[in-house]
Write a protein of this length. Sequence first.
Length: 133
Amino acid sequence: MTALPEAKRPRRKSADRQAAEQRGRRAERIAALYLGLKGYRVVARRFRSPVGEIDLIMRRGGVLAFVEVKNRADLDAAALAVTPFARQRLVRAAEAYIGRHPGAATLTLRFDVVLIAPRRWPRHLVDAFGTDR
């Protein structure tokens, strides 16, 4: 049996990457629960499109919030992790979501951020940024 060339071998996630993904999923569950307690309901989790991913899409009344969840060692580091590139990716992914769900365009659209850090209450940044467009 011949070995597959390097480019054809299935990639395995490193233990560090798997642990980071588990922490991210846990942070998203915490954020969804926290927002649920504030009256939001989950519309979608980890919405993926070719242009980006949205951690959570939440709705409360006539508001549809595209939510970026950041989990870091402290809340300041989590806030700094919402880079201009991350905001741009989120906006593009939201546009893709609206393209697939045109009825969403009738709602008030907003970009929120939930910051997660160990031994701290989550921090919900409502309408954290505009579309810059």
